[in-house]
Design a protein around this ligand. Structure first.
Ligand code: URP
Ligand code: ZN
Ligand code: ZN
Length: 488
């Protein structure tokens, strides 16, 4: 038998559906053997007492991305990927953002350039589509899908990004026809603008008013509309960063009714709460994100919806803006809340938080943790042929977790380019101690071992809706609409 490059021995292995004791043999970046007595290896890692899990896949993060207001995130593909790696991730899918007037070809070229020279973990991109011209719809999006960019994000709010209902239908129909998934930032723009205007006019400009300006019903209305538009065409969608139980219930109901709808939530809606926006001076700005943090009761509801499977995806929505003039305070030292840069960091803590508070505290099983860390995302976003499980033939992307290791979160210990973390002081039990990407140890003994730019672009597969429920609206079904073919 040919010598292995690496063997991981003595650990407990867990995938999305099963947990077993086995050694893992790795050669040429792939998992080539799982079992006992795997033979000689150039290097053996002793994982006794540890959990051997698929490397995490972070599916929602903003890295080296200009916001629509022109502010650059503080993390580039170096610091962002290093931070992700220390948090147990071996792959991520940040956004490549189209701003109005941009050609998708140029956007993708820019982001490929940013990632390829810096990322230490593997990567793909979701395309943010803010300008769905005929050329974008007919040529550029289908071409991007052929290149392995098989998901888009659209916004139902933010004046510079918003797409209207008609544009949503156009984007959904392209996604459906060509095998892509549309991710949706679902908040009602008019409600947010109306509330923001009233609050600012009344002099209520402190960070805490950010939450009031994004009412819960604004999220529910937009989710409801997005589901109606997508299910009309039977197109698959994923509602990102859901913050309310009302929103989660709409997703659950749509899934129950047989629509192709997925849901995502994020650690901020499970571990933080709206009172944190009320810190003295402008420190509340550190907790401003959209949708906003809700009250403590909402956190329990979001946890419940994670436990019961309403959310298939759990992502950080890492949107790092420092507490200075480059980020949160870009509009001055005491900006009105609508001018505070929106977003929270969390790429390194996403998995440790869930491991500790979810798995270790008995809220979710170890296999459910793996589903949320990597398994579900690999399936939903077309990465399953390479990633998301410890299986022979797949990339050797593995995080070895010490379930007993305790740490207190300190911003200074994290590897992103931020000077604060909203999770400061939290106690975490369980940490990824060794991280392996395509067979190469990239984090070990608290040290980075990977070379800059050693991550690779992964072309994702088209979204496979086989076996998903769903029905075309009768008005679109040639069997029921007098034979009119609408080309879907
Ligand atoms: O506040 C947030 N989430 N900022 C990042 C941008 C987005 O909409 O995901
Ligand atoms: Zn968003
Ligand atoms: Zn986001």
């Amino acid at each position: 038998m040919q010598e292995l490059d690496l063997k991981i021995s003595g650990g407990t292995v867990a995938n999305s559906a099963d947990t077993f004791r086995a050694d893992i043999g790795i050669r040429d970046g792939r998992i080539v053997a799982i079992g006992k007595s795997l033979g000689e290896a150039r290097r053996t890692i002793d994982a006794s007492g540890k959990l051997v899990l698929p490397g995490g896949i972070e599916a929602h993060c903003h890295i080296e991305q200009e916001s629509s207001g022109g502010i650059m995130t503080s993390d580039d593909y170096w610091s962002g990927s290093v931070s992700a790696a220390f948090g147990g991730n071996t792959c991520f899918v940040p956004f490549a953002a189209q701003h109005r007037g941009n050609r998708l070809k140029d956007v993708l070229e820019t982001y490929h350039g940013r990632a390829s020279s810096k990322s230490v973990i593997d990567y793909s991109f979701h395309l943010i589509v803010s300008d769905p011209t005929q050329d974008v719809l007919q040529n550029e999006l289908p071409r991007a899908i052929e290149q392995g960019i098989t998901s888009f994000k659209i916004y139902m709010t933010y004046d510079r990004l918003i797409v209207d209902d008609a544009q949503m239908l156009e984007i959904f129909s392209v996604a459906k026809r060509h095998g892509a998934l549309t991710m949706i930032h679902a908040e009602n723009n008019a409600m947010i603008k109306w509330m923001s205007g009233k609050l600012v006019d009344g002099g209520h400009v402190a960070p805490r008013y950010h939450a009031l300006s994004h009412p819960r019903v604004a999220e529910a209305e937009a989710i409801n509309r997005a589901i109606a538009l997508a299910s009309f065409l039977d197109a698959p969608i994923l509602i990102v960063h859901v913050s309310t139980e009302a929103g989660a219930r709409l997703i659950a109901k749509a899934r129950y009714a047989g629509h192709k709808v997925f849901g995502e939530t994020c650690p901020q809606y499970m571990f933080l709460h709206a009172e944190q926006m009320d810190l003295p001076d402008m420190h509340g700005a550190k907790f401003c994100c959209s949708p906003p943090l809700r009250d403590r009761a909402s956190r329990d509801e979001i946890w419940r919806c994670l436990q019961n499977g309403t959310f298939q995806v759990y992502s950080s929505d890492h949107a790092p803006y420092r507490y200075d003039s480059t980020g949160k305070l870009h509009a001055g030292p005491t900006p009105d809340f609508p001018k505070i840069a929106n977003g929270l960091p969390g790429i390194e803590l996403r998995l440790p938080l869930l491991f500790s508070e979810g798995y270790r505290k008995g809220r979710i099983s170890l296999n459910h943790f793996v589903q949320l860390a990597a398994g579900n995302v690999s399936r939903i976003y077309g990465l399953e042929h390479r990633k998301g499980s410890i299986t022979e033939g797949k990339d050797a992307d593995i995080a070895i977790w010490d379930p007993e290791q305790r740490r207190v979160v300190r911003a200074a210990d994290l590897h992103d380019n931020m000077e604060f973390t909203p999770y400061e002081g939290m106690e975490i039990e369980g940490w990824p101690v060794t991280v392996i990407r395509r067979g190469e140890v990239i984090v070990e003994n608290n040290e980075l071992k990977a070379g800059r730019g050693s991550g690779e672009f992964i072309a994702r597969r088209k979204i496979d809706t086989t076996g998903m429920p769903g029905t075309l609206a009768p008005e679109l079904d040639p069997d029921r609409n007098f034979g009119v073919d609408l080309g879907l």
